[in-house]
Design a protein around this ligand. Structure first.
Ligand code: NIG
Ligand code: FE
Length: 401
């Protein structure tokens, strides 16, 4: 069913290590079988049962990867947005019991069915822009039932839209409201009950922690990472978002897939990421909504050869932005990524941040996650805000949008 021949495309392969801009290929045709790119060449002939897709010289890019989202949540935080416009800080709102805790209350009281409908709306926005792989974190339940409900909703989104959803368990996102226990006791629950269960039942692919003054301490973060390692799950971290807590260095000790936000990462700690091969995930949407002024150390990351990814961090508090291309644009304008770095950030490096080597590039053997665009150049996607949509989106060889 998934045998496809795309003919006459301009291929921006985004291949790692390519010398040409955007990994531009001279060849124009892509053969797909069983959801995998089999062959790239010129004048490829259709085989019996191949569906032929005439690209008419349009650009073909890899499907995008949004490697950090909190897409499943109930409620809305527009009241908090109003307070923030009045000058109340994110930390202050969090201390007053708002912020993440208010979304936790709303997510707990929203049924799985309603959450699915709300999440599908957001996921469709991303898919319309060409996102074929999406990470979704739990972390707005903070009790067993709701955390598992969120991860189940993530699965339904993947099945409904025929895209890939990678799930991350973020039980250590915040202290649960009305927990009746202290933070160390809650971390005991996360480490002794939740992580082993999530791993055993294969409900998530990785474990994340919010290591921050308004989140969990370095020592508590270490315990979560140890539990993940014991359970065989890779780790990643919300680190150095509001202060330098050394969460990134700790994450690298556990060979984290990625460290995320990192506005307050010290330049002197960048080498640790390079040595660990950990991806730096930049989240300019949260930087923008929080009116942050501290920028991640992009120049040092670039010079150290650390792979940089860009994601939406789509969430109701700090980054209500259902547009990966907007975030890629912001990564260039706010943080100084080149156009090519921004596009790598939402393709090949986004995939690496999820531990996925099978996508993010157009090359034989990779998943056939492909998008077709009628635009002047791949740079148009970063240059022009809300200017282009792919007219065809293929995920795993299947036409999904
Ligand atoms: O990535 N930093 C912690 N978590 C989210 C915010 C979640 C929220 O405010 O609801 C983030 O910014
Ligand atoms: Fe986040």
């Amino acid at each position: 069913m998934n045998n496809l021949l795309i003919r006459n495309a301009r291929i921006a392969s985004m291949q790692r290590g390519s010398k040409s801009p955007f990994g531009l290929l001279e060849d124009t045709d892509i053969r797909v079988a069983d959801g995998i790119i089999q062959e790239i060449g010129s004048d490829l002939r259709a085989k019996p049962n191949d569906t032929v897709l005439e690209a008419n010289g349009h650009w073909c890019l890899p499907g995008f990867v949004d490697c950090h989202t909190h897409l499943v949540y109930g409620g809305d935080r527009s009241e908090e947005f109003r307070q923030r416009l009045d000058g109340v800080s994110y930390e202050e709102i969090s201390r007053q019991g708002g912020g993440i805790k208010s979304t936790v209350r709303a997510t707990r009281s929203t049924s799985a069915k309603a959450l699915t409908i709300q999440t599908l709306r957001r996921a469709r926005r991303l898919l319309e822009e060409g996102v074929t792989t999406l990470e979704i974190k739990s972390g707005y339940g903070l009790d067993e039932d709701t955390e598992l409900k969120m991860l189940e909703v993530a699965d339904v989104v993947a099945d409904t839209l025929d895209i890939s959803v990678i799930k991350t368990f973020l039980g250590a996102h915040s202290m649960p409201p009305d927990a009746g226990m202290n933070a160390d006791e809650y971390i005991d629950f996360v480490c002794q009950v939740m992580i082993p269960k999530v791993a055993k039942e294969k409900r998530a692919d990785a474990v994340d922690v919010f290591c921050e003054t308004v989140g969990f301490s370095l020592e508590q973060t270490r315990r979560v990472f140890e539990a993940a390692r014991d359970a065989g799950l890779p780790v990643k971290g919300h680190v150095e978002q509001l202060s330098d807590s050394k969460g990134a260095v700790l994450a690298c000790e556990f060979n984290a897939l990625s460290v995320e936000h990192i506005e307050y990462l010290q330049e002197s700690d960048v080498a640790t990421l390079a040595t660990a091969g950990t991806v730096a995930v930049l989240l300019p949407g949260a930087y923008y909504y929080l009116k942050e002024t501290q920028k991640p150390p992009v120049k040092a990351l670039r010079e150290a050869g650390v792979d940089m990814a860009v994601a939406t961090d789509m969430n109701p508090g700090t980054s209500p932005i259902a547009s990966l291309l907007t975030c890629a644009n912001m990564a260039s304008l706010f943080f100084g990524l080149t156009v090519e770095e921004a596009l790598k950030g939402i393709t090949v490096n986004g995939a690496r941040a999820l531990g996925l080597e099978d996508r993010g590039e157009i090359a034989p053997g990779k998943r056939a996650d492909l998008t077709l665009w009628d635009m002047p150049s791949p740079a148009s996607l970063i240059y022009e805000l809300n200017g282009y949509r792919p007219h065809t989106v293929i995920a795993g060889g299947k036409h999904v949008a």
